[in-house]
Design a protein around this ligand. Structure first.
Ligand SMILES: Nc1ncnc2c1ncn2[C@@H]1O[C@H](COP(=O)(O)OP(=O)(O)OP(=O)(O)O)[C@@H](O)[C@H]1O
Ligand SMILES: [Mg+2]
Length: 259
């Protein structure tokens, strides 16, 4: 099972759309995919138009003193036998960070919730909230890899330094093996890129080399991404022949065949 945290505490950088559409591309290729909506805002749940099942919500399971089994919701299946499932968000997620702060083993709660699902999925992608709090720490402590969407803006460099600092802390105190820095995806890029964006990209490439964090690809701004979400679908499903479908398939490829 490949487990990936889609993470960046900077808001609005494309985490949720990347999670949905890379997940969709992995499922299209035949993988059994689970998307975990860890953001209290619940944008992933809304964009895929899934309704939480009866039983324990993710929020309840994270904070319960008992081992509570969560039931993912099926979004879709694909011709190659892939599935796209979601652990959806509920309103209770809004207070989870505060509740977790009072609990023992607070950063390992997600690991406990997801352990019973081991074996059910080939790929698990976690849509992290735009915060570096205990909820995000749960994803960083559990996932094997980090996939980091960034925008070509100056603030990106500082945000990345903060994130890499947090990952180093989690590596030191919460993990047996370091989190794999799978790579960055430059999101929401205007085409053609401005002179400013190109100069930030040059700085990003330098940081990528220094930090061992490759730039895996670029997702340009496009209405196809928002249109697909409007219909509750992934881009590869909604617009299979679009340029963006090929971009998401290529990004999905980087996650196939890695542990
Ligand atoms: N490639 C794209 N083309 C056009 N719009 C996009 C694209 N990617 C993301 N968006 C839009 O940009 C906004 C931010 O994207 P998204 O919600 O994926 O970012 P996020 O990092 O998850 O945000 P947050 O930090 O609030 O969770 C959303 O309105 C989304 O629909
Ligand atoms: Mg989001």
């Amino acid at each position: 099972m490949t487990t990936t945290a889609v993470v960046n505490q900077k808001g609005g950088v494309g985490k949720t759309k990347l999670t949905i559409n890379v997940g969709g591309a992995l499922a299209e290729g035949g993988a059994r995919v689970l998307l975990v909506d860890l953001d209290p805002s619940g944008y992933l749940t809304d964009a895929l138009k899934v309704t939480p099942s009866d039983g324990f919500s993710l929020a309840e399971a994270l904070t319960s003193s008992r081992r509570a089994r969560v039931e993912p919701v099926r979004h879709s299946t694909t011709e190659k036998g892939g599935v796209l499932d979601v652990l959806p968000n509920t309103a209770a997620m809004l207070t989870v960070a505060r509740e977790l702060d009072r609990l023992r083993g607070r950063e390992q709660r997600l690991a406990r919730v997801l352990a019973p699902l081991d074996g059910d999925y080939d790929q698990v992608l976690i849509d992290c909230p735009p915060t570096l709090d205990v909820v995000t720490d749960n994803a960083l402590a559990w996932a094997r890899r980090a996939l980091i969407p960034v925008q070509a803006e100056d603030t990106t460099l500082k945000a990345l330094q903060l994130l890499l600092g947090q990952i180093a802390m989690v590596d030191e105190f919460l993990r047996a093996e370091p989190l794999v820095l799978h790579g960055m995806v430059v999101s929401l890029l205007r085409r053609p890129p401005s002179v400013y964006a190109r100069s930030v990209l040059t700085d990003l490439e330098r940081l990528a080399d220094q930090a061992g964090l490759p730039i895996l690809g670029t997702v340009p701004l496009s209405v196809v991404v928002t249109e697909a979400a409007r219909h509750g679908r992934t881009v590869v499903d909604h617009a299979p022949t679009s340029y963006h479908a090929t971009v998401y398939r290529a990004l999905a490829k980087t996650l196939e065949d890695v542990p």
